[in-house]
Design a protein around this ligand. Structure first.
Ligand SMILES: [Zn+2]
Ligand SMILES: [Zn+2]
Length: 646
């Protein structure tokens, strides 16, 4: 008998050789119908794998990321089977699962291929899925595997086989299709109930542009037809919310080839939005004990030689700027940290001065290949909501907690209620590659985990993901469409204080080295605004809306009254515009709605006579007529609620 430990800590005994599927059946038939694969100890395996010894077992279903991955990778085999049936002679590269769905790189020879063939492949896949063919695993000798793919004349699989060791090679067969694969796979094709081919693109074999260009087919599958519908709806919605599209429509930002690729131009409305975000964070930071600083956009090459950035990025980034003076070289700032280290050094520091928290909305420039640029999320110049905390080693934990508090405050105020974190620590065994004292690392790593736990932050720990100079914590948020975005980072750094020879005098009167913490809740304003646009579909909360209101006179007779109303609103820091156009009121309302203005203030004969305003709220319609003071009270309350800024 062997002992199987379940994720909830329950332990059950089974005969040695039991499979995860049998384990599932022993619990309930309903569960067994949903089991796609299993995690035995740390390895994901087929549900039909015999378990020979005591083990921790997690049964994987569609609700687990690894279950989904197994489902999608198995679907790639199904698509390959369909392709082989429809286009005999097709050669296959690789077919992995990706975040949403899967792809297969194929070589169709000289056959034409395009999206008009999608339907035929989808139908074939569904037909094959209905046959409920099992995915059968079979170990094969390398020589036999080579013979098989020589027979098929598939040079791609043959090349993949070159890198594999005899004795470790397995084939998977479902129906009439056999693939070289180490698995795991779902039990049988009948689990796949809906299929959608999404797109087709060219992809170089092994990512090498000197090699053959293959056809990459992206697709997605689901265990229920309804889930495909929902997915396609979200996909459409994502297109509708694309920040590049909305940024143009709402006149927030633009790009000009003449200014340069990847260099965003913030238009007046976008600038209002950005400044509101900056001010919001600035206030929160001052309350949290940060000191704002300002540093230049360039720094001498020496500065970055000292910081190590020149060695790391120098060749692959913007090249040095020369002046008429012999030998004088500057670099565009790729990071703000070196400048802040020099601010730390302007005077001697004592242990009582720490922590020192320096904050700057610092604009940095990094070279990105033109093909990598994407709207505001991948740019060549961007502004970080940056800060560096210089503290004693014993203050790291406390500072971490405070940073997490600040970051969560920011996320919640901006409508991101679902977030998680990744804690990146050293490799468990290989410790040679990290700088800094072992005991400091241990302390900092423990501090990060403890702060995440204490703050109730859902997190995963990744070993070996730390930078060589320190451990870090990255924040992820989930947006309204359920997509995950990586946002800000908190990073401990033992390296820069060493490179810049930063010191403080301890209570023992000795010199000590401070620890540096880099942190940026938004990451960059550009990226954050992009995510904010897509999360809200451009319907920003009132306090962030570039135009918070539109005053709409019914005709020109009420212009003066409208202007007077707007002046009084401006005095209370409410911004927007008066629509002076000679248009019908219906048209003015429609245009304000398209521009996503939160409040419309309509004034006509009745309003002017009674000294009132009529209010329409976007998404809610008519709020009736009221005094201007009553309206301002409603608006102020909404602003305060949203920023929690009471
Ligand atoms: Zn496979
Ligand atoms: Zn930094």
């Amino acid at each position: 008998m062997i002992k199987i430990t379940f994720p909830d800590g329950n332990i059950r005994e089974y005969n040695s050789g039991v499979t995860p599927m049998e384990v599932a059946l022993s619990i309930s038939e309903g569960l067994a119908r949903n089991v796609l694969a299993a995690k035995v100890d740390d390895q994901v395996v087929d549900a039909s794998t015999a378990i020979q010894a005591d083990a921790h077992v997690q049964l994987l279903t569609w609700n687990d990321t690894e279950g989904k991955k197994t489902f999608w990778h198995s679907s790639a085999h199904l698509m390959a089977e369909a392709l082989e049936a429809l286009y005999p002679g097709t050669k296959f590269g690789i077919g992995p699962a990706i975040e949403n769905g899967f792809y297969y790189d194929i070589d169709l020879g000289d056959k034409e291929f395009g999206s008009d063939q999608f339907k035929q492949i989808e139908d074939k896949m569904l037909e094959l899925a209905r046959q409920k063919s099992e995915y059968l695993r079979k170990p094969v000798a390398k020589a036999d595997a080579i013979a098989y793919f020589q027979e098929k004349d598939d040079e791609y699989k043959l090349e993949l086989l070159e890198g594999l060791e005899d004795g470790s090679i397995t084939f998977y067969t479902q129906g009439n299709f056999t693939d070289l694969c180490r698995g795991p796979h779902i039990p049988q094709t009948g689990f796949i109930k809906s299929v959608k081919l999404l797109s087709v693109a060219g992809a170089y074999w092994r990512g090498d542009e000197k090699r053959k260009q293959m056809t990459r087919i992206y697709a997605i599958t689901f265990p229920k037809a309804k889930e495909l519908e929902e997915y396609l709806f979200l996909l459409e919605e994502a297109k509708r919310r694309d920040h590049r599209k909305l940024g143009k429509e709402l006149e927030l930002f633009a790009f000009s080839e003449k200014v340069g690729l990847g260099l965003p131009l913030w238009l007046p409305k976008g600038t209002i939005l950005r400044e509101r975000l900056e001010n919001f964070l600035r206030r929160a930071q001052v309350r949290a004990g940060y000191s704002p600083v300002v540093t230049p956009h360039i720094g001498s090459k020496e500065l970055y030689v000292t910081s190590g950035h020149y060695a790391k990025y120098g060749k692959d980034s913007f090249q040095p700027i020369h002046t008429p003076d012999e030998g004088e070289e500057f670099l565009l700032k790729p990071m703000n940290c070196p400048h802040h280290c020099e601010i730390y050094k302007v005077k001697p520091r004592s242990y009582k001065d720490l922590p020192l928290r320096l904050a700057e909305f610092g604009t940095v420039y990094r070279y990105e290949q033109s093909g990598e640029l994407h709207g505001l999320t991948r740019v060549r110049g961007f502004t970080q909501d940056d800060a560096h905390i210089f503290c004693r080693p014993d203050q790291v934990e406390d500072e971490f907690m405070k940073v997490i508090d600040l970051v969560l405050y920011v996320f919640k105020a901006l409508g991101f209620h679902e977030f998680s974190a990744q804690v990146s620590l050293r490799d468990k065994t290989d410790r040679e590659k990290y700088i800094g004292r072992d005991e400091d690392w241990e302390k900092a790593e423990a501090a990060i985990i403890k702060s995440a736990q204490e703050k109730g932050l859902p997190y995963v720990v990744e070993y070996g993901e730390a930078a060589f100079y320190g451990p870090k914590l990255d924040f992820m948020v989930r947006d309204a469409l359920g997509r995950k975005w990586q946002l800000g980072t908190i990073q401990v750094d033992y390296q820069l204080p060493q490179r810049f020879e930063l010191e403080y005098t301890g209570s023992d009167n000795q010199k000590h080295r401070p620890v540096m913490i880099h942190r940026a809740p938004f990451g960059s304003l550009e990226r954050f605004v992009a995510i904010l646009i897509e999360n809200t579909a451009g319907n920003f909360p009132l306090w962030l809306s570039p135009d918070q209101l539109a005053v709409l006179p019914i005709s020109e007779k009420y212009e003066d009254y409208a202007n007077d109303i707007y002046l009084r609103l401006q005095e209370r820091d409410l911004r927007g515009y008066v629509d002076h156009r000679d248009e019908k009121i219906g048209r003015k309302i429609r245009d304000a709605e398209v521009s996503k203005v939160p409040f419309m203030i309509i004034v006509g004969d009745k309003e002017q006579a009674e000294g009132l305003v009529s209010i329409r709220k976007k998404g809610q319609g008519d709020l009736g007529s009221m005094t201007l003071d009553a309206f301002m009270a409603i608006a102020q309350e909404e602003i305060q609620q949203l920023t929690h800024d009471k």
